[in-house]
Design a binder for this molecule. Structure first.
Ligand code: SF4
Length: 336
């Protein structure tokens, strides 16, 4: 059984959906704190709690990774908290912050993963290491309270494509509902945690309608969030296979969306040394223009992922957060 279980933890709150899929346990073979190859994440070590992710988003880029364990399965690194503790205790210079890798999710709908997430957060905060995470999940109450208590060490990003429940259940079947994510954003903001709405990936022809963008940014604004980032779907063979397996009321729209991706349009991902298939530049520019306009109309500052759109965007989408400078443990401050 997992060595990270601690009996003082609160029961899972009602907001966290019941477990979906299967969790298997494994020991980590390599270091916990590892740099990412993506240019936008190169400034922070990233932490992966699991290989695979129970949210099962059908567009998930991680499906194309070699260690992907298959749909509905997450491999939880059960010795990760102990390894992390050792690495941080021995480190000559501790990182000022870590990023929880976007190829899994810290707050997946399984009690083992949520408990491990809580233990990892406790360790990081004890060492005064800041955290940046991107989640589409429901944050268990115990972890939410930890985040609130250590608000000065936290930067949050909440993935939200749409306020539409049918769209979310088709494309992100295991993730928290849009209202639950919005409520979490409200709570994070209320705690003083810099929080960004991550509208990524925009699904061309499905989630990029003007009315949908309007509803989305209105809802985001109402939570108190004032920053968002956006990216547009790109494909690879593994991603296309996942999209084709979508089920749910909006799955019938997938073939038309995929037909818009010309096979020969390869785009490099900055820093990743790999290429993906993107929408033609003109189409991406039009979508970015519209999403930006809607964000501005609702008083939301929008950044576009330049790692995935080096031809039309510059700068960073801010995925690694905005840390003023590498800090000693007692000096950590944020600047969004
Ligand atoms: S939450 Fe992120 S890592 Fe998990 S399935 Fe969805 S896209 Fe993939």
């Amino acid at each position: 059984m997992a060595g990270y279980f601690t009996p003082h933890l609160d029961p899972m709150p009602a907001a966290v959906p019941p477990p979906v899929g299967t969790v298997t346990h494994a020991n980590r073979r390599s270091r916990v704190l590892v740099p990412s190859s993506l240019a936008c994440l190169s400034t922070l070590p990233t932490v992966n709690l699991t290989a695979g992710c129970l949210h099962g988003c059908v567009y998930c880029y991680a499906r194309a990774y070699s260690g992907y364990p298959g749909d509905g399965v997450a491999v939880l690194y059960e010795d990760l908290p102990q390894r992390l503790e050792r690495e941080l205790s021995r480190a000559k210079s501790r990182p000022h912050a870590v990023y929880f890798s976007p190829s899994s999710d810290l707050f997946q709908p399984h009690p083992d993963i949520q408990r491990c997430a809580e233990e990892v957060l406790e360790i990081l905060f004890r060492h005064r290491v800041g955290v940046v995470f991107l989640t589409k999940g429901a944050i268990a109450e115990a972890s939410m309270r930890l985040l609130e208590t250590h608000a000065g060490l936290v930067q949050a990003q909440v993935g939200l494509l749409s306020t539409d429940a049918a769209l979310a259940s088709t494309f992100e079947p295991g993730a928290a509902s849009p209202p639950a994510r919005l409520e979490q954003m409200r709570r994070l903001v209320a705690a003083g945690i810099p929080t960004v709405a991550r509208v990524d990936p925009i699904l061309p022809g499905i989630s990029d309608g003007d009315e949908a963008f309007d509803r989305l940014f209105r809802a985001v604004r109402d939570t108190g969030v004032r920053d968002a980032s956006a990216g547009i779907l790109y494909t690879r063979p593994g991603i296309v296979a996942g999209l084709r397996r979508a089920s749910g009321s909006m799955a019938s729209r997938v073939p038309a969306m995929l037909s818009r991706f010309p096979g020969e349009r390869n785009m490099g991902l900055r820093g990743a040394g790999t290429t993906v298939i993107a929408l033609p530049e003109q189409e991406r520019m039009q979508i970015i223009e519209r999403v930006s306009r809607h964000a501005i109309e609702h008083g939301i500052r929008l950044r576009v992922c330049a790692c995935k759109n080096a031809d039309i965007a510059s700068g960073t989408c801010g995925i690694a957060g905005a840390w003023r400078r590498p800090m000693r443990s007692h000096q950590l401050t944020l600047s969004l």
